[in-house]
Design a protein around this ligand. Structure first.
Ligand code: B12
Ligand code: SF4
Length: 489
């Protein structure tokens, strides 16, 4: 069959990398003999609805299937209406949004089938049923469907046991060169998924797709995928987007031994928890090509942090960020402002804490309760009249913006306007603290802060920059270089 797989857009932000969920679904469908096209409209936020719908219609597909986040469901609702009207072919939806609100989603008259949770096996069974005209849908576990207009929820499907048995994501179906994902040195970077799931249960995180489970691919399979991508796309920078890349230390050691022994010549970044790293591991990660780690730190206030059930302490955060810096690896910290219990004082602590850490980057998001999370339950408990509405397109993430953005479903103790202002202030103060640290590193603990103070006077800073540019003031160059791409070598 001809299948159009659709990645919707959410607002004017460009998707920085392709959906690997779509990549896996496309790969298994191709392996089963189907002809697949992927349209990631998140790459082109400014095209019109009519243009997007036309792209799908031009495929003349037998089936149209959408991946969904709560932020992008609005676009799907609009697209699927046109597609159904024009083509009349079966429509399928899956992904985090469909899984978090299945009943509400399948009630959409233009959506025929909903796949709950992990998709590949259910998807293949459904495609086969559609192709062969087998209407015994009750046999497909993991499927929600409509029997004469009545919604039917089949039992859930077990998770895939052997992730290695899956083909690699169908990267050839994406416009890979169009995604703005680059290493700090400007080279192209590609995302990889080496495991699925995470056993923790943070209040703001949606856990519905694979629950609190953790499954991993073998080191051999990961190395093979990296080699394939290296050869096919001439890329040597990778981003492991696993929820927790460092959770199983034995596996990680083995993966890194492969990278080192086989002289893979790769550079990579990953996501990690601060309680899942140690100095020896970090040194080895550096030797194996790791140059950046993203840590979820969330809050600088002990009580607010505790309420997220992240199960980390501020001491662990400080220690791990320092170890990471000492190992030569850059670190980015993710912080959330406006969590339940957050007030002016606690958020001040978060900003102060973030600014005191030797992080290379920080991102301050405003807490947003997504349906299916404990944060959402908290919102509903406080405001029982709360309803899901399709305006989640407004949940921007912050670091790409300098203008203030209105909080969406504020669950903190401060008004919207103040919360929004604090996010901007947090970013400004973190940037200042980072520059100050760079001056200290370059000029020492006494002269550094003094020169930093001087550099804050704009005309003097401009003069300094001009002199550095003209080859004078050599040691100031270090400050500039440290702020640039040199760490990704
Ligand atoms: C990478 C990532 C991103 C990337 C790239 C997104 C992309 N293009 O895929 C970026 C940085 C852009 C991003 C942004 C955001 N993200 Co994000 N992101 C992720 C992350 C970490 C990994 C996604 C992934 O590749 N998963 C692995 C694949 C295999 O799983 P999957 O995508 O879920 O797909 C499987 C199933 O869901 C199902 N399936 C999915 N689609 C379909 C379609 C069909 C037809 C079928 C049959 C099955 C099916 O089958 C797939 C294979 O098993 C997830 C967390 C996670 N672990 O999944 C969060 C996650 C998806 N993000 C989330 C959020 C909240 C956001 C933001 C809103 C954050 C913010 N406030 O800015 C934005 C919204 C962006 C948008 N476009 O709307 C939430 C979504 C919650 C929700 N209810 O929608 C998640 C689940 C995090 C969490 N645990 O809470 N994100
Ligand atoms: S935020 Fe990270 S650690 Fe917490 S549940 Fe989600 S993936 Fe796991």
């Amino acid at each position: 069959m001809k299948i159009s797989l659709v990645g919707p857009k959410w607002n004017e932000m460009v998707n920085s990398y392709p959906s690997l969920g779509l990549g896996y679904l496309a790969a298994v469908a191709e392996r089963a003999g189907h002809e697949v096209a992927i349209h990631d409209f998140g790459l082109r936020p400014h095209t019109t609805l009519a243009e997007d719908a036309q792209k799908i219609i031009d495929d003349k597909p037998d089936v149209v299937a959408f991946t969904s986040m709560t932020t992008s469901y609005h676009h799907i609702e609009q697209l699927v209406e046109i597609v159904k009207d024009t083509l009349g072919v079966p429509t399928i939806i899956g992904g985090p949004h469909a899984t978090s609100l299945p009943q509400l989603t399948i009630e959409n008259p233009d959506i025929d089938y909903l796949i709950y949770g992990e998709g590949e096996e259910v998807w293949l069974d459904l495609l086969q049923a559609i192709e062969t005209g087998d209407t015994r849908y009750e046999r497909i576990f993991g499927l929600w469907w409509k029997d004469d207009g009545r919604v039917v929820e089949n039992p859930q499907r077990k998770l895939i046991e052997d992730l290695d048995a899956m083909p690699f994501p169908a990267r050839h179906l994406f416009e890979l060169d169009k995604y703005p994902l680059y290493a700090p040195n400007g080279e192209k970077m590609v995302t990889v998924l080496s495991s699925r799931g995470c056993p923790y249960n943070c209040s703001f995180c949606f856990k519905g797709v694979v629950g609190r489970t953790y499954r991993q691919r073998s080191p051999e399979s990961i190395v093979e995928e990296l080699r394939q991508v290296q050869q096919q796309y001439q890329v040597r920078n990778f981003y492991f987007i696993d929820d927790l890349f460092t959770i199983d230390l034995r596996r990680l050691e083995k993966i890194m031994d492969y990278f080192i022994e086989q002289k893979m010549d790769i550079r990579w970044r990953c996501l990690a928890r601060v309680d899942r790293v140690n100095p020896e591991l970090l040194k080895k990660m550096y030797a194996a090509g790791c140059r950046q780690i993203h840590y979820g730190i969330e809050s600088g206030n002990t009580d607010v942090l505790k309420a997220t059930a992240k199960h980390i302490s501020l001491e662990q955060v400080r220690r791990s960020i320092e170890w990471t810096a000492e190992s030569g690896i850059d670190s980015k910290g993710y912080f959330i402002l406006g969590l339940p219990g957050d007030n002016e004082d606690s958020m001040e602590e978060t900003i102060e804490f973030a600014s005191s850490l030797p992080l290379t980057e920080a991102m301050f998001s405003i807490a947003t309760p997504f349906p299916g999370t404990r944060l959402w339950d908290e919102l509903v408990r406080r405001n029982p009249e709360t309803q899901y509405n399709a305006d989640f397109t407004k949940t921007y993430y912050y670091n790409s913006y300098t203008a203030e953005i209105a909080p969406f479903m504020n669950v903190s103790d401060v008004p919207d306007e103040r919360l929004s202002g604090l996010a901007i202030e947090a970013r400004r103060r973190f940037d200042e603290s980072k520059r100050r640290r760079m001056y200290e590193r370059s000029f020492g603990k006494t002269l550094g802060p003094a020169l930093w103070e001087v550099s804050r006077i704009k005309p003097l800073r401009q003069l300094g920059n001009a002199l550095v540019g003209a080859g004078m003031l050599g040691s100031f160059r270090q400050v500039r270089e440290r702020a640039g791409a040199n760490s990704w070598a």
